[in-house]
Design a protein around this ligand. Structure first.
Ligand SMILES: Cc1cc2nc3c(=O)[nH]c(=O)nc-3n(C[C@H](O)[C@H](O)[C@H](O)COP(=O)(O)O)c2cc1C
Length: 262
């Protein structure tokens, strides 16, 4: 396996902690973080927000610049910007149009035989349903997820006609990733959770047997006002790690890495 190809300097600009945004961000704020990657497309969309998927506000408000993933190969900034924070701002409520925008994104995910096995239970802006979903989360997740204005339980429809749909979980995951990325485009964050009680969800929301609650999701805006000593802000700043690409891909035989010849 050859070493990863370095990201070309023409595509990426690295800023140091002392750099300022200058004209790019329309003011001279100091950039928080030593490793901010700015892709040309993002710079372009900052200059002309209507032309790109990123809005300048989203970009400059994200406190997580220093934890943008340490990528080995250039990927789209939308993907590089998605992450799972715990510091949600309870004062920033969810616009109902934004809620439907997120569901729309989920709706357009691919699925086996176009079965669309995803269903969602939603709790919006701390309403009764929000409290009910919150009560099903593990205490550790409740502690931070309670501040997110949108809580979801993603539910899988387990059967297609009368036969098990073994792709149902996969397809619900695809829908959630669509939702997650759509949230990222508008400066929001989605944090998925396995830490909840599916049995409790089934019971309190009367979920029929042919459906299974599989993932809880907290969606909201980042709370910038928290001090750096805040427990969850500290966790948010932990290094993000990934298995190397060449340990994930095999060729010809299991565990046999891909080579240029193959
Ligand atoms: C299916 C699933 C379940 C998860 N469950 C939890 C959870 O219960 N609590 C939590 O804090 N994070 C949870 N996470 C978030 C992961 O810890 C997080 O995605 C992972 O550490 C990678 O970080 P990143 O999303 O910021 O890249 C979950 C993520 C997924 C996809």
């Amino acid at each position: 396996m050859e070493p990863p190809v370095p990201i070309p300097n023409t595509a990426v600009k690295r800023f140091s902690a002392d750099d300022t945004c200058g004209a790019t961000c329309r003011d001279n704020r100091t950039l928080p973080g030593a490793l901010l990657f700015l892709h040309r497309e993002v710079i372009q969309s900052l200059k002309n927000p209507a032309a790109g998927t990123f809005q300048s506000d989203n970009f400059k408000m994200d406190p997580k610049f220093q934890s943008m993933p340490n990528i080995d190969f250039q990927i789209h900034d939308l993907l590089a910007s998605r992450w799972s924070p715990r510091s949600f701002d309870a004062n920033k409520l969810l616009d109902i149009a934004v809620f439907w925008q997120l569901i729309e994104a989920a709706r357009w995910a691919p699925s086996a035989s176009n079965e669309q096995p995803w269903r969602f239970i939603a709790g919006i802006n701390f309403n009764k349903s929000h409290g009910m979903i919150l009560s099903t989360l593990t205490p550790g997740n409740q502690e931070w997820a309670k501040h997110a204005p949108l809580l979801l339980i993603a539910v899988a429809k387990l059967k297609k006609n009368d036969t098990p749909n073994k792709h149902a979980f996969h397809d619900v995951g695809a829908a959630l990733q669509n939702l997650n990325l759509e949230a990222t485009t508008i400066g929001m964050h989605a944090h998925l959770m396995a830490g909840f009680s599916p049995e409790q969800v089934r019971r309190i929301f009367h979920v029929p047997n042919e459906f299974e609650p599989i993932t809880a999701v907290a969606v909201g805006y980042y709370d910038h006002s928290r001090p750096v000593t805040d427990k969850f802000k500290t966790r948010d700043q932990e290094k993000r790690v990934r298995i190397k690409g060449n340990e994930l891909v095999f060729s010809e035989k299991w565990d046999s890495p891909i080579t240029r010849q193959k």
